[in-house]
Design a binder for this molecule. Structure first.
Ligand SMILES: [Zn+2]
Length: 196
């Protein structure tokens, strides 16, 4: 496994050397502020890395993109929430799009199976138990399944709308991306006078 990892890393670095040597390679302009004052919360699914920006017509510098398993925000101290608050307060984000997707592995993630797999990969059960005690919840509760994407997106939009650190002027939208066609179906429209 170590050899494979080394080969992958070497390949990444080789590519980077060639990338930097090309005259046209230049870093994106700007200071990290999203030009469209937009943050997208979407899933970590590897298929979405290029698909989400392509499907929405976004380029480097246009938006913050935060990715979590299932586009969920598990808890009030979650890092994704920190990113959203920083995006709004520090970078002036005015629109948030929660973007779930079809065929998401988090719809029905199997906590007991993850526990077995971690232990098969050498994670010490007693250290795992210590971690659960410190976290105040079990691994299976922490790795909660997202369920059906539309309902999950609606729930996350409600969670963000109710959050005390997100100003009411920030529009919160929700959509589901079809990973087969690239079509985005809007399920929560945060525009307009009513609450999103
Ligand atoms: Zn997913």
């Amino acid at each position: 496994m170590a050899v494979e990892e080394e080969d992958l890393l070497a390949r990444l670095l080789r590519h980077n050397a060639a990338f930097r040597a090309r005259a046209e390679a230049s870093p994106p302009a700007g200071d990290g502020r999203p030009r469209r004052a937009l943050l997208i919360l979407t899933c970590m699914d590897a298929r979405l890395t290029c698909l989400v920006p392509a499907a929405l017509g976004l380029e480097d510098g246009d938006a913050h993109v935060v990715r979590t398993p299932g586009a969920l925000i598990p808890g009030p101290q979650d890092g994704a929430l920190e990113a959203i608050v920083v995006s709004v307060a520090r970078y002036g984000t005015r629109d948030i799009l929660v973007l779930g997707h079809t065929d998401c592995a988090m719809e029905a993630i199997d906590g007991p199976q993850v526990r077995r797999q971690l232990q098969a990969q050498g994670v010490d059960p007693s250290r795992l138990a210590d971690w659960e005690q410190g976290a105040g919840l079990g691994l299976e509760a922490w790795l909660r399944a997202a369920g059906e994407p539309e309902a999950a997106v609606r729930a996350t939009c409600r969670q963000l709308r109710a959050h005390p650190l997100i100003p009411s002027e920030v529009r919160i939208h929700g959509g589901v991306l079809d990973t087969g066609s690239g079509a985005v179906r809007l399920v929560v429209d945060g525009r307009g006078p009513g609450p999103g």
